[in-house]
Design a protein around this ligand. Structure first.
Ligand code: ME8
Length: 651
């Protein structure tokens, strides 16, 4: 059975980010799973380089577009390597092999009469690389859910593709093939969209030259979306390449929901016009959203450096988080805090802990040799049945393109095994000589469970599987999906090796300390330069712009009493204060440690901003801010002359 899977080809106008990585990691998990099932897998990814936005970006940077994309493409390739992506090919649309096929297809469509010359007059959104009719705009802006940016009016000679001609044929196809577009919500959207009427599509541009020239009219370059979609067959050597014959039609085009329309409408119509079979499935997953709610995207500027995230947490933790956190059919929420939380709970506490505890016991009680099981009881039978059930569920979920569901099932087995350790209490069995056979059975069950978990983790966390196998003392041949369905695979005499913990626990603040140090260094440098240039007294900050009384009324200032104060570990500046406001206590983290010893503050009445949005500082939730006056090196916390009830308003 062959399995051809693709990701979108990404725009190399900026480095890849965690959102882009999601699709590629998910596609990789599916590809790995199918390889484990013995399928003939072909996995394609790449970059979409002939876009107007690339022209814009490079004009702004004063760079040659090709030099620019060459550089960014390297970042994509490096990220995929660090994330252990096992693509078979990486296509770039600036490659000759792609140009040849696009020109051939443009010619074919023209000769067939499906492409004709006319004039385009309408709007264009460069960030989305999409043409919009006037009546589709929202407040004169791009109507795309996540865009809403300015559009530009175009009036240029263009070639058009006769989409309207194929409207009924496509609609019928979608209705006859209920699994063609998934999930079902996306399918319904597409049906509605097509029923609304398809217009012919503008498929060439003349206002810039970057791209693939129309073969018979070199003043035109091919519209980037027509060019890009063709990658799925140009990479296979359409029309007569061996790979094309072997792998087309694609089994799945995987992508975010933003671009389903191009894949479920334009692409099938191009294929229909060429008499090429359609891909079996167009699957549109949700988006990773930032804490603030917007889609993680380059243009929103809310992306974190993916390489830094991998350096901090390791590629498997990133893969796990991405695959686990996006529930099928919905959007996922990304934040570094939740990544760390998942890492510490699911990976360090659950999986890592089970593997290290159970291996430690095999070492301690049987010198590292996995014993043979002779006394299976109802508990082992129940666990074996659960193992079987979990594997079938994982298969079901992966076949339904639901990696989060698959991992949720996998973790049922992980949790059961942690419970099994506690239930069987091998440390008790070890004290009683008559329980030797029972202890053997328990330790054997540990070994088998570790082996099975190693196999089941491999589509999702390939490095972890390697580490698990190395610690278990088995080789790569143990990586056999079907063997995960069996419970008596480990032969006699296998010696385990305790290794490093699979996932050391992480404290996010350790990275904040690193960041602070770098910042402190930079600011110390700046300060000493400033000092050198002026040894006079520090100048006062200028008065800020005027506000109205209503603006001021938004700030809720209250009197509070400091009950407790202590330094925040690993910082020079921060104090953690327990304060009391109107009978309630709360915690405030304040950057005053260089000016006050904790004990000097206890009992003092201070003024706080009581309605400041809580924020985490060094992992501590700070619920407000203490007012202080500062000038140069000095800082004085605002206190009260006479006592007043705490909670009193300051106006
Ligand atoms: O659209 N969450 O390229 P692109 C989840 N070149 N997935 C995300 C995401 C997020 N926050 N942000 C991006 C293009 N993606 C075209 C494709 S294909 C013939 C041409 C993923 O660089 C998701 O797969 O804008 C989305 O569809 C894709 O990146 C868009 O990548």
């Amino acid at each position: 059975m062959k399995y051809y899977i693709t990701t979108p080809i990404f725009y190399p106008n900026a480095s890849p980010h965690i959102g882009t990585a999601y699709t590629t990691v998910a596609a990789d998990a599916f590809a790995r799973y199918h390889r484990l099932k013995g399928h003939d897998v072909y996995f394609l990814t790449g970059t979409d380089e002939n876009a107007q936005k690339i022209v814009r970006t490079t004009q702004e940077k004063g760079m040659d577009p090709k030099d620019y994309v060459d550089e960014v493409v390297e970042a994509f390739k490096a990220l995929w390597e660090q994330l252990d992506i096992t693509h078979d090919d990486f296509i770039r649309t600036t490659e000759e092999r792609h140009h040849v096929v696009v020109k051939d297809i443009f010619n074919k469509l023209y000769e067939k009469g499906d492409i004709y010359k006319s004039e385009y007059e309408g709007w264009y959104c460069t960030p989305c690389e999409t043409f919009w009719a006037e009546n589709k705009l929202e407040d004169g802006k791009c109507p795309n859910q996540d865009c809403h940016r300015d559009v530009e009016l175009l009036k240029e000679e263009s070639y058009f593709f006769k989409m309207s001609k194929y409207q009924d044929q496509l609609l019928q196809y979608i209705k006859d093939n209920p699994d063609f577009i998934q999930p079902v919500s996306r399918r319904n959207e597409m049906i509605k969209f097509i029923e609304g009427g398809l217009e012919d599509l503008c498929v060439s541009r003349t206002t810039f030259q970057w791209g693939i020239q129309v073969p018979f009219d070199p003043k035109h370059v091919v519209y980037v979306w027509l060019d890009a979609l063709i990658n799925y067959i140009s990479a296979l050597g359409y029309p007569d390449g061996e790979l094309y014959k072997r792998y087309w039609p694609a089994d799945i085009h995987l992508m975010g929901k933003d671009i389903v329309r191009f894949h479920a409408v334009i692409w099938p119509i191009v294929l229909m016009a060429l008499d090429i079979p359609l891909p079996k499935l167009v699957y549109g997953h949700g988006w990773y959203l930032s804490k603030e709610g917007g889609k993680i995207s380059k243009s929103r500027g809310n992306v974190q450096d993916s390489f830094e995230l991998i350096r901090r947490y390791g590629s498997d933790a990133i893969r796990y988080f991405l695959l686990r956190e996006m529930q099928v059919g919905t959007d996922g929420a990304y934040s570094e805090d939740s990544l760390v939380e998942r890492l510490n709970s699911d990976l360090a506490n659950d999986l890592g802990n089970f593997v290290s505890r159970s291996l430690a016991m095999i070492v301690k009680y049987r010198d590292g040799i996995i014993p043979v099981a002779t006394q299976l009881t109802a508990i082992e039978e129940e666990i074996q049945a659960l193992g079987q059930e979990v594997i079938l569920k994982i298969e079901e979920c992966l076949e339904a393109h639901d990696p989060a569901g698959a991992l949720e099932h996998l973790w049922r087995l992980v949790s059961r095994m942690n419970k099994y350790v506690d239930e069987t209490a091998p440390w008790q069995l070890a004290k009683d000589e008559s329980q030797g056979e029972r202890l053997n059975t328990v330790l054997h069950t540990f070994g088998e469970a570790i082996r099975i978990l190693g196999i089941l983790c491999s589509p999702f966390m390939p490095k972890t599987t390697k580490k698990i196998f190395a610690q278990l003392g088995v080789g790569e041949e143990a990586l056999n999906w079907e063997e995960a369905k069996k419970w008596d695979v480990l032969g006699e005499g296998i010696k385990v090796q305790r290794g490093e913990p699979l996932f050391p626990r992480v404290d996010l603040s350790q990275f904040e300390v690193e960041e602070d140090k770098a910042e402190e260094k930079a600011s110390a440098k700046k300060k000493s330069a400033e000092k050198a240039s002026s040894d006079s007294e520090a100048s006062l900050a200028p008065i800020k712009e005027e506000i109205t009384i209503d603006d001021f009324a938004k700030i809720d200032l209250r009197v509070a009493k400091v009950l407790q104060a202590e330094k925040v570990p690993k910082t020079d500046k921060l104090l953690k204060l327990e304060i009391e406001v109107g009978g309630k206590t709360r915690t405030i983290v304040s950057g005053i440690a260089q000016h006050y010893a904790p004990e000097d503050l206890i009992g003092k009445q201070v003024v706080i901003v009581a309605n400041l949005k809580p924020a985490k500082l060094r992992g501590i939730l700070s619920e407000g801010m203490i007012l202080a006056a500062s000038h140069g090196e000095t800082l004085e916390v605002l206190t009260l002359d006479k006592e007043i009830s705490t909670g009193a308003q300051v106006t």
